[in-house]
Design a protein around this ligand. Sequence first.
Ligand SMILES: Nc1ncnc2c1ncn2[C@@H]1O[C@H](COP(=O)(O)OP(=O)(O)OP(=O)(O)O)[C@@H](O)[C@H]1O
Length: 597
Amino acid sequence: MEDIFRFKVNLGGMIDILGNHLYSSQDVFIRELLQNSVDAINKRKQIEKNWTEGKVCISLLQGKDTNTIVFEDNGTGLTEAEIHKFLAIIGESSKKDIMDGIVDESYIGRFGIGLLSCFMVSDEIDVVTRSIKDNISYHWKGKPDGTYTLNKLEANIEAGTTIYLKCKKGSEKYFTRDKLIGLVKYYGLLLPVPIYLNVDDKDIKLNLEIPPWDDMTLSPQEILEFGEDIFLEEFLDYIPIYSKTGGVKGFAYIIPHKVVSSENRAHRIYLKNMLLTEKGQDLLPNWAFFVKCILNANELTPTASRESFCEDETLEKTKEELGKCIINYLSRLSKIAPKKLSYIIDIHSLAIKSLAVEEDNVYKEFIDYLTFPTSKGNKTGYELRTSYEKVIYTYSVDEFRQMSSIFVAQDKLLVNAGYIYDKELLEKMPILFKDVSVELITGMDLYEIMEDVTFEEQERAYMLLKIANITLNEFKCEVDIKKFSPQELPVLYTIDEDAMIYRNILKDKEEVDNSFVSILDGFIEEFEDNSYAKLYFNINNPLINKLISLEDKIALSNCIKLIYVQALLIGHFPLRNNEMKTLNNGIESLIEWGLSK
Ligand SMILES: Nc1ncnc2c1ncn2[C@@H]1O[C@H](COP(=O)(O)OP(=O)(O)OP(=O)(O)O)[C@@H](O)[C@H]1O
């Protein structure tokens, strides 16, 4: 017959796994103690139907050599048999049936390992307990080497459990009053049982007991302030959140500044009113990056570390329902407070655009409020879909810059869909709205619309070109003269990739602090020689013909500078300092000229 042996557990190894690999911080021993006390009190409530006296009292005993945390509850307590079974067998829990793995959902604990976390901060766990089922009190002492002692106590104590943790060397920081207050509030703020800390013989209550979403006495302002206290920042508004799946309730607070969509979310998530994580990312859809949530889930399954949820179908469905709460709130705002909605959308347009690309209903709700850059300034989706027969767009910012002057001259609208999500949003427009058509303009070669001038015309424009080349050299811009349509367009500004990089470096150099200037100088040298933009004069244009005939060279140079800056503005190029100065000087001289008339 084969010999049968039993597995043995090395408790030291288990504690190392818990402390260094499973839990992200030793802080969690407080969470585990709170959770056990609340579970024991809940269990007592289930047994003694009219009993409502449940409470947790914590105190810190300051000894000569070391401090001790005392954690007391008046829950069910443990009988001798339960002590041997639940305290001494790792993985055994009174909250689940180990044979069939069925977990009693009314409790927070389930794995039967939480108490071990106390060994991270203490070399022994002392438990004094008396069960509501009998009158005998016990003192259990567990050690990290896997041994324990159990003694019957003579004294007759109240039903419940008191745990004593003596500070282990290196864990002193947990055994101070402030740290204790901080941790109990952090994990237990919403627990439905009063939690007191005894300070100088007075009990101070550390938690709220009723979560704010269940507290009907709170005003909207108080709800907003609750979020602001938790996250230490101001918010624009809050959205009540509820999902049947997962049993989730809470608030989503609207962040009052732009956030990067890839930024990690930091939602504060509670499970059965016990803090699970303040870095929660898995309970809300990715697009909800413009809100910070504080939520409690009663029916989701935690991982063993109790720091996130198990990825399962319920979690997915919950996520969907929570996303819908946010959408519903925004669409209600569009009806009752459209100005407020525009303001929120303006700040978070990127988030909303990414959402609208994905979801048709979001698109329909919000497209009218989203804005798009165009050759005629920013236009809302509503203006685009209702005021133009055909919405013409480019999908690169550079092409838009090159082409917008042609559209401006013809008084036509060109949408710059070169920024993230705009192209997809425009392309979706005719799919979701009848009577709207959109047209993409790509690779339009500007040189194709230009014709060479005759030799005589070249001769006639000689002085204009000469003065323009000298004048615009400081802006790294060369000039030429061509014929092109529309004739209303006096000049066309074109810039190739190298010249654009060069221009951006010069612009950046004006904006960064000194330490980076030398780095940028290195790049400038690389591009300096060949990075000229080009300004084409249109000989068909009446203004250019007047300039050709202008004999006053100073006036001519000033006009050229202004035309150059205007071409940049029409192309939506950010102006460099010297260009801005040129614009200002030009406007001033025009005003002076006008006044002197
Ligand atoms: N304060 C307490 N009052 C009564 N019973 C307790 C108390 N603390 C612990 N126990 C008993 O000890 C068992 C083991 O506790 P432990 O914290 O290790 O695991 P758990 O709470 O069952 O699950 P989890 O690992 O998810 O926390 C509990 O199931 C419970 O039966």
